[in-house]
Design a protein around this ligand. Sequence first.
Ligand SMILES: Nc1nc2c(c(=O)[nH]1)N[C@H]1C(S)=C(S)[C@@H](COP(=O)(O)O)O[C@H]1N2
Ligand SMILES: [Mo]
Length: 511
Amino acid sequence: MDAPARASDRPVRAPGQGVTAGLVALAAGLGAGHAASALVGAGSSPLFAVANRVVDATPTPVKEWAVRSLGSGDKAVLILVLLAVASGLAVALGRLASRSLGLGLAGVAAVAAVCAGAAVGDPSATWAWVAPSVAAGLVGAFFLATMTPASSRGAAATPSGPAWSRRRVLTTAAGAGVAVAGFAAGEAVPANLGDDVVPVLPEPAVRLPAAPVGLEARGLTPLITPTADFYRVDTALSVPRLSYASWRLIVDGDVERPLTLGWDDLAAYEVVERDVTMICVSNPIGGPYAGTARWLGVRTRDVLAAAGPRATADMVLSESVDGFTISTPLAALTDGRDALLAFGMNGVPLPRDHGAPVRLVTPGLYGYVGSTKWVTRLTVTRFGAQSAYWTLRGWAERAPIKAGSRIDVPRADARLTAGPLVVAGVAWAQRIGVAEVQLRFDEGPWLPTTVGPDAGVDAWRQWVFAWDAVPGRYFLEVRVVDAAGSEQTDRPADPFPDGASGYHGIAVTVR
Ligand SMILES: Nc1nc2c(c(=O)[nH]1)N[C@H]1C(S)=C(S)[C@@H](COP(=O)(O)O)O[C@H]1N2
Ligand SMILES: [Mo]
């Protein structure tokens, strides 16, 4: 019987323990790194830094495929995939550490170094951006060392006690606590600690009348989209966090007098309120990437006039804090449409997701050519001289919003009960205004609908149609007629490269 002797010769293997040690170290490390990133810069959080570099390195067709097939969930999917990869790596390092703690810790250092490299690879990074990865590495190493059995540190190989000793349970709980608290702190703590006081919004020179209400009372799409329901589209994996006190807007390029404005300088311009419908160029027919808000801000026209654009200029390249760029015709920012440097949305300071502290809002243009969030620079230039982020990826240089309309009620493929029914939705024809909205059944004649209150040419209008439905299958289509008498085109077009067109139609069954 030589088995017992052999058993005591074997190194103590604790693969299960290695797995938990690795995962706890990963969670605690990422949490600590995320907390540290709040002090340094949102993009410096190890996980997000790596994710951002993955996005940078992804070829455009793959990105477009991801956005098409995953929609706005594309970022969540990327983060989950990265977490899965990181977990696999953590398990491997945990197992390695249970054989040789030194090798395990070397692995942690290597991973932290990769994260630090990803962080400093960010266009807005400073050297301080390595700090969150260093913090993550140190905290991860601490938990890995604490939870790795003594045997792998060269101590006597004693058969381990119960796999889940009291100490181990406590350490795991502590690691989970660091992870949760770290992520919570990272999200809660503003950049530039202490000075992120959200100012009281300045009053507009002329208040708009209270937003007209009407059709939403009947459960239809509201005229003003509640901020919580307003779509969000951007390339930012972690939402930039800018403080009002340190925010600056540089106005430069082909101008007589380059300017640098702080928050107080901006708020000193005449403040205006505008109801504007914003739409994403990737919005498919009938799609959800459209919303109307009451924006508060100052006119880009006034700010640009202070800088004095030169006569040769025809474009403004706006830049956000994360390096994203948008090109907008100079004319659209200086004509009477009141394009805004907006800081209020639906009565409150612009939320971070929608570009706090200041964003552009250009009525009549798709978001990617007029509505830069987290804006920090306006460079007056020419279309021939510079190109913006999405233009470089094949989307149109100029993209006015195409007139369109949508059926929101009933839903496509709804099964309805015969009798009086409501068909309703929204329609838009920015810069011109909605005159009529028409509905047809099974390609029959176009029927008039009742349009809702008018919040100005740049806001959509609700429409409603009272339908006395008898049993059958129906195909409903809608179109808008603008105030100049032009009908919405029926020509189907995909969102790429300058916005979708064609009628929105739905099939329903009435029984
Ligand atoms: N900084 C920045 N601004 C941006 C974008 C972006 O990716 N980064 N996306 C643009 C696009 S494509 C659209 S449709 C609108 C969306 O604004 P919202 O997220 O507030 O709805 O923001 C625009 N501004
Ligand atoms: Mo967009």
